[in-house]
Design a protein around this ligand. Structure first.
Ligand code: C2E
Ligand code: CA
Ligand code: CA
Length: 568
């Protein structure tokens, strides 16, 4: 039986419609009449209406307002608009706004009305089916990306009003591709359907589980009691997903990585999705299963990215500069022995940056190779200028730090050859410093690369000695002539008798291997005495000088070079 609502303020016309329809359809019809929008509202609430016949000129509604109200109250009920002579145009607007049909009042008869009704009901059904298809994933029947975004947007609007915690979880199955490839796509689909069902059953009815694509699902939870509750949901999700499932006669278990992001002031739907996605990647990378999006981490990652971007042009823009820290030979009178070239970046917005802030990025991205080559050339150019102008004695060494990437790529060798040719500085004036960690990879290849550098006539030093693991054995296998004892060592040794003894022991090993030793990080007279007592004559540290800019160096080192020959 069809149930029709006639919304029409003219009682006479309403009765006419009723009569026409009864004649055409007989008993298979129940007609409800409403003389105003208010009456229409209450009829829609209290009856199951299959179709609405709507006159747009009502005492309590103007223009398309009545249509809007009916659609909002009963979005799945078809509406046919009844029009008078004058308002054909309004009828067209009504169609554009989603009414299924319109009929001119004076032309209506029973047959036409019935045909229109049947047609409207059918059309509405297929509209609903299409919109369901457009908003749901065909395989699992879960809401798709579009519907999720829509729900997320309304959830965020509620969140901004009420501030009840809202969490978005991005779920990605681990190794789904392997399953798909080994058992076939159909099995993969079956798995996705099963897992979608598990997720759907696990959450509250008010939560949304959506399929976002491939093997990615998203859960939207509103009105949580706090972040713990969200983590709880994520843990449950991981455990229901990983329960074994039999596919093609094989039992498999699927792990998932989940990233959680929480609603916050001024967070948009897209941003929240991106946040949950990036947390998911972190969960995957760290193997932690679940990770929360943290704004601080996000900002750190962004800052690193920005820095990387800026660093790409720093060399060409001339923003890199070298400072030089003296290495002093202590004796009766301290003498300048070497200068260690230390990289600085004059960042346009942030001032002078220390190497800790950007050398790791340069190493990760490979930019250290051209940057390192520049350090070598610029350092050599500067030293040979100082020697030529008499600022420094000709015996002064230039120490340059080399990164692992420079060694591995053979770039160091080319850069060194160019430097020697260009600057005219004798090779014996250059010392290259390498750390244990920078040579950790393929030891034989490293030894070969170092030997090639050594053949060009430079000396080599092992930097930061004492911070790695295989220090002592390394000393024997590497073609180095000097060792720089890390300042961490000394920092502890100064106030600890045992460590002081250890410093002596390390120095004994270095000397036994016939290598020079440089003590790094000598900041106090007490440390200097300790170092000298142990028999180390080469020191570098704030007690003598910090790293100096090229402009301030000549004046600052004049005491260390003034009078007498600098000895080596
Ligand atoms: P490093 O090779 O161990 O360089 C010595 C670092 O110790 C310098 O820091 C220096 O300023 C600091 N230092 C020296 N004496 C003292 C002291 O008495 N007390 C304290 N607390 N610190 C002292 P800087 O210039 O910040 O360099 C840090 C690191 O950056 C260097 O450690 C080196 O590993 C790296 N680096 C610097 N320039 C380059 C470069 O051109 N290429 C590469 N690959 N790495 C570089
Ligand atoms: Ca160094
Ligand atoms: Ca060092």
């Amino acid at each position: 039986m069809l149930s029709l609502l006639v919304v029409e303020d003219s009682a006479a016309y309403a009765t006419l419609v009723d009569a026409m329809l009864r004649q055409a359809l007989g008993g298979a019809l129940s007609v409800h009449a409403a003389a105003s929008l208010a009456e229409a509202r209450s009829a829609l609430r209290s009856h199951n209406i299959d179709c609405v016949l709507l006159d747009l000129s009502l005492p309590d509604a103007h223009g398309l307002q009545a249509l809007e109200v009916v659609q909002a109250l009963s979005p799945s009920v078809p509406v046919i608009v009844l029009t008078g002579n004058e308002d054909e145009e309004l009828a067209i607007s009504a169609l554009q706004q989603g009414a299924q049909d319109f009929i001119a009042k004076r032309r209506a008869d029973g047959e036409l009305l019935v045909r229109c009704m049947r047609y409207a009901i059918e059309r509405k059904r297929s509209e609903l089916r299409l919109s369901h298809q457009a908003l749901h994933d065909a395989l699992t029947g879960l809401p798709n990306r579009m519907l999720l975004l829509d729900r997320l947007e309304s959830a965020l609007a509620r969140y901004h009003r009420q501030r009840r915690a809202l969490a978005l979880m991005f779920i990605d199955l681990d190794r789904f591709k392997t399953i798909n490839d080994s058992l076939g796509h159909e099995a993969g689909d079956e798995l996705l359907v099963a897992l979608a069902g598990r997720l759907r059953r696990m959450v509250r009815p008010s939560d949304t589980v959506a399929r976002f694509g491939g093997d990615e699902f998203v859960i939207l939870c509103e009105e949580l009691h706090g972040q713990d509750e969200a983590i709880h949901v994520a843990e449950r999700a991981r455990s229901v997903l990983s329960a074994p499932i039999v596919l093609r006669g094989r039992e498999i278990a699927v792990d998932a990585s989940i990233g959680i992001a929480f609603g916050g002031p001024e967070v948009s739907a897209e941003a929240l999705l991106r946040h949950a996605d990036s947390a998911m990647y972190r969960a995957k990378r760290e193997g932690s299963g679940i990770a929360l999006f943290e704004a601080a981490l996000h900002e750190a990652a962004l800052a690193a990215l920005e820095l990387e971007h800026a660093l790409r042009g720093a060399l060409e823009r001339g923003e890199l500069e070298l400072h030089y820290q003296p290495v002093v030979q202590v004796g009766e009178r301290p003498q300048l022995f070497a200068l260690e070239a230390l990289l600085r970046w004059r960042h346009s917005g942030r001032g002078l940056l220390a190497p800790e802030e950007f050398v790791p990025i340069a190493e990760e991205t490979g930019m250290i190779v051209p940057i390192g080559a520049w350090v070598l050339r610029e350092g050599a150019r500067q030293l040979s200028e100082w020697i030529k102008t008499g600022v420094l004695p000709p015996s002064t060494l230039l120490s340059v730090n080399l990164s692992g990437a420079q060694l591995a790529s053979q770039a160091a060798r080319r850069a060194l050859e160019e430097t020697l040719a260009e600057s005219g500085l004798p090779a014996r004036n250059i010392c290259l410093e390498v750390t244990e960690t920078s040579i950790a990879g393929d030891e034989r290849a490293t030894v070969r690369a170092l030997s090639q550098l050594r053949e060009l006539g430079v000396s080599l030093a092992l930097d930061d000695f004492g911070t790695g693991y295989s220090s002592l054995s390394m000393l024997r296998s590497l073609p180095v002539q000097a060792v720089k004892i890390d300042r961490a060592f000394l920092r502890q040794a100064a106030d600890d008798e045992d460590l002081a003894r250890m410093f002596g022991a390390v120095l004994g090993v270095v000397h036994a291997a016939s290598l020079h030793a440089v003590a790094e990080g000598v900041e106090s007279k007490a440390q200097l005495s300790l170092v000298r007592a142990a028999g180390c004559e080469l020191v570098q540290g704030f007690l003598f000088a910090r790293a100096l800019s090229a402009a301030e160096l000549p004046r600052r080192v004049s005491k260390l070079v003034g009078g007498g020959e600098a000895s080596r």
